[in-house]
Design a protein around this ligand. Sequence first.
Ligand code: FAD
Length: 273
Amino acid sequence: MQLSFEFFPPRTEKGKQNLKLVRQELTVVNPHYFSTTFGAGGTTQEATLETVLDIQANDNISAAPHLSCIDSDKLKILSLLKQYQAAGINRVVALRGDIPSGVRDIGDFHYANELVEFIRHEFGNYFHIEVAAYPEMHPQATNMNTDIEHFVNKIKAGADGAITQYFYNADAYFRFVDEVQKNGIDVPITPGIMPITNYDQLLRFSNMCGAEIPRWIEKRLSTYGDDLASLSAFGFDVVSNLCDQLKSQGVESFHFYSMNKTQPSLLLAQELK
Ligand code: FAD
């Protein structure tokens, strides 16, 4: 079983200390790698570099920086990748990113497949490249078929695997994997697992990224109000059942959106081991 955990780059000293502790606590499940998100348009880019260099230097676990190409150019991306290579980092999550509001010139890259091609062209097979997958369709895609075609293009451009947007409906994941396989693609598509601990935040994220919260789950979550313990217990049950379902049907890798917290990702991961 391959387990990976995603962090966002902390910017305060307190956040940095907290993340060090979280990383240490998560090592008990022997993670395959720790990934760190990257803000389009420069917002968290320095912090991403700092976080991944710290992971690579101090944890005995591979660091995988996310890298979004929108609003960037080939020189900047090349320079960043060279810094990663110099630090011994050989895994990246290659993304388009979201177009920052007000930006007119989106730079040298339009879509993630162009970034994958660029990395392969410049670095050959040095980097292991993951890309994003959307079992419930990317929110800007016109339909599922073209979205799958675009996904297939990213793999054909040289990606080694994919991590999905989070979902709470295992059927959407399995159908997506089936359809991708029908296109002759057989790379690992790792489900992204989002623990449920905060109703408002989950609604906000889901509205932005197009991940569906099934009605029955949303109705239940909405009844807990300030009772965070009951909400978390219910959320844990839902996500733990989802992981069981995925594992029982042969899924062998899981990526946790940890939100820089040890729990409940650690407990969910321990159940899978
Ligand atoms: P793409 O694969 O380029 O697809 C974007 C859209 O364009 C899709 O609708 C696709 O169908 C369409 N498309 C692709 N190619 C073409 C084409 N040739 N012609 C027309 N349409 C096309 N965002 C961040 O900013 N930082 C992060 O660290 C980050 N990490 C993420 C990690 C994961 C696992 C996931 C699932 C998402 C992450 N995101 C992150 C969000 C992601 O950047 C957004 O969802 C973004 O809108 C799309 O990025 P992509 O790489 O999937 O884009």
